[in-house]
Design a protein around this ligand. Structure first.
Ligand SMILES: [Zn+2]
Length: 146
């Protein structure tokens, strides 16, 4: 089944629960992935994210996906080089996945400029070279993805 948007996917998934026949994997579903614990970083991110997007709900998977993203960033922090275009692209894909692991009232924004902004904010939450992230070359790089 093809879905027009994220909402449609979530509605279909909820219907599967009602019918007691769950066939799709939905990382945002709190029934499949009940919330257990949230990292301090996640809570910090959530406080900020709620101001940007109309978050309705999320799951333990959302927390895990976010924590994995921070892990990737922290690994890159050990290297003293700029992020390559490929690394930025990979982080962008992960950021997109974070966005998709939440449920919203209305349509979430996944525009590349927005995602670039998330990445910067997420990186700041980890203390990842904030100075470097504000450099114009880096900013230009994150805006390049499509
Ligand atoms: Zn579910």
């Amino acid at each position: 089944m093809a879905y027009k948007n994220l909402d449609e996917f979530h509605i279909d998934h909820d219907n599967q629960h009602t019918l007691n026949a769950v066939t799709t994997q939905d990382p945002s579903c709190p029934r499949c992935h009940p919330l257990e614990k949230q990292s301090a970083e996640f809570k910090q991110f959530l406080g900020w994210y709620r101001n940007r997007q109309a978050v309705k709900t999320f799951s333990q998977r959302s927390v895990e996906i976010f924590d994995r993203y921070l892990d990737s960033l922290n690994k890159q922090r050990d290297q003293d080089s700029h992020l390559t275009k490929d690394q930025v692209k990979a982080l962008g894909e992960q950021a997109r996945f974070i966005v998709k692991s939440f449920r919203y009232t209305g349509r979430p924004s996944t525009r590349s400029a927005e995602l670039g902004f998330y990445i910067t904010k997420l990186a700041e939450a980890t203390g990842f070279s904030p100075r470097r992230l504000h450099e114009p070359t880096y900013q230009a790089k994150i805006l390049e993805w499509e």
